[in-house]
Design a protein around this ligand. Structure first.
Ligand code: FAD
Ligand code: UDP
Length: 382
């Protein structure tokens, strides 16, 4: 839509056409409020944006797999676009040259140690965990102080060396000793032959891509693309009763308490003249000597079995994790002590606002998955 087609005044102006902004706009529109969404990119959908390349929906800002235990959220999205049966089962190529199943489960333990039963795997894990606990005790430590100690006491040194150490260093740009233990705690350790990366009961990818989902969320909503809110901030503020802001919170307050840090990802996407490049949507490269963290083969999110061969081409993306700097897309908040303290000061300012609501990943400076972002927008006060 054009600037000239906008109404003079809206009940809500929403900054950001990502999942938070679009879900909020849907609810407010259905409740009878007039809404307008401003988006600085040239497309809707924020980081879940998918675009067709060679007939394949490519996840431009990284692989997105929807998973949730929240039935209300699952039903809400499925009413807009049916989700398929995609289940995330990544595999990892390790420094020793072998492939392993993820998350850590009986298949991984069999591949790593040749163990065939849960009891055998448990014995191996207990032995390696005991070594790690012993080493920590020698240092006078009882609780894991960092990601390295957490990983060694959770899963042992073999898996740490082959599947965790190099990948984590690449992903975070810091040694495992300098990272908080909680990052690794969310990875499941399963004593069953189950390669499903997530524990949630509902999982899938929208048939036709995430952009279609967001298009349906924004049906009937005025959307202005290629527009940075800050270029006309005063005008937008005066043209609405309430503003919903989903961009970076530090920018909203002119960085007065300092800039928040992020990690970002650079994607190298290419079309390959083969129907099936790696046989799986996600292959992690856990060696520190390989510069990228993983390769995504997009067709496997929506095409299964023999149908993969119907398209003679495929699209792959290599992901390189890097430190964020001005002008790059902010992806992962760095929730360390310094950044959390800065965020708390912005949050205090936000709480005092009467006309502005803050929502989503950047405004809340939180590593939110898609389902919690939608849940938050569904329960936000109108
Ligand atoms: P965003 O999608 O970032 O939307 C915010 C929008 O605001 C953007 O479009 C931005 O351009 C716009 N904006 C910002 N500032 C301005 C401004 N000044 N003016 C106008 N517009 C502005 N979640 C999962 O559940 N499963 C996954 O597998 C998964 N994988 C991920 C992989 C990667 C690499 C990343 C980075 C995230 C992943 N996520 C995943 C998380 C998921 O992307 C987020 O939960 C979701 O996209 C957040 O939606 P949002 O609306 O808060 O933010
Ligand atoms: N991780 C790892 N090896 C892998 C996959 C994950 O060591 O092959 C570790 C890594 O530290 C990562 C954390 O587990 O930061 C969480 O992984 P997840 O895939 O949940 O991270 P995401 O990329 O979704 O944030």
């Amino acid at each position: 839509m054009d600037y000239s087609q906008l109404k003079c005044h809206y009940d809500y102006i929403i900054v950001g056409a990502g999942l938070y902004g679009a879900t909020f706009a849907r609810r407010a529109t259905d409740a009878g409020y007039s809404c307008m969404v401003i988006e600085k990119r040239d497309h809707i959908a924020g980081n879940v944006y998918t675009e067709p390349v060679e007939g394949i929906n490519v996840h431009r800002y990284g692989a997105h797999i929807f998973h949730t235990a929240d039935k209300r959220v699952w039903d809400f999205v499925n009413e807009l676009v049916p989700f398929n049966r995609y289940t995330n089962c990544p595999v990892a190529k390790a420094p020793n040259g072998k492939m392993y199943n993820l998350p850590f489960n009986m298949n991984t333990f069999y591949q790593m140690w040749g163990v065939e039963t849960p009891a055998q795997a448990q014995a191996k894990l207990d032995e390696q965990r005991a070594e790690a606990v012993e080493a920590m005790r020698a240092d006078g430590v009882t609780e894991p102080r960092n990601l390295r100690e957490q990983a060694l006491t959770l899963i042992g040194h073999d898996i740490f060396e082959q599947l965790i150490d190099g990948y984590t260093r690449k992903q975070w740009g810091r040694p495992c000793e300098s990272l908080p233990a909680f990052i690794i705690k969310r990875l499941p350790v399963r004593m069953t032959f189950d390669n499903n990366y997530f524990n949630d009961p509902y999982q899938g990818v929208p048939e036709g891509g995430y952009t279609l989902l967001v298009e349906r969320l924004l049906d009937g909503v005025d959307v202005l693309l290629d527009t940075d809110f800050f270029d006309r901030r005063d005008e937008w503020m005066s043209r609405c009763d309430k503003l919903v802001y989903t961009g970076p919170i530090d920018r909203f307050y002119d960085y007065r308490f300092g800039k928040l840090q992020y990690r970002t990802v650079r994607f190298e996407t290419e079309v390959v003249e083969t129907p099936n490049y790696q046989g799986n949507a996600v292959v992690n490269y856990t060696s520190a000597d390989v510069p990228f963290t993983r390769i995504i083969e997009h067709k496997h999110f929506e095409t299964f079995g023999q149908a993969v061969y119907d398209n003679p081409r495929t699209v792959i993306s290599r992901e390189y994790s890097t430190e964020w700097s001005e002008g790059m897309e902010p992806y992962y908040p760095v929730n360390d002590d310094v950044n959390s303290a800065i965020y708390t000061r912005y949050e205090e300012m936000a709480r005092r606002e009467t006309k502005v609501k803050f929502g989503g990943r950047l405004a809340r400076y939180r590593y939110y998955d898609m389902a919690p972002v939608i849940a938050e927008a569904l329960s936000a006060e109108l």
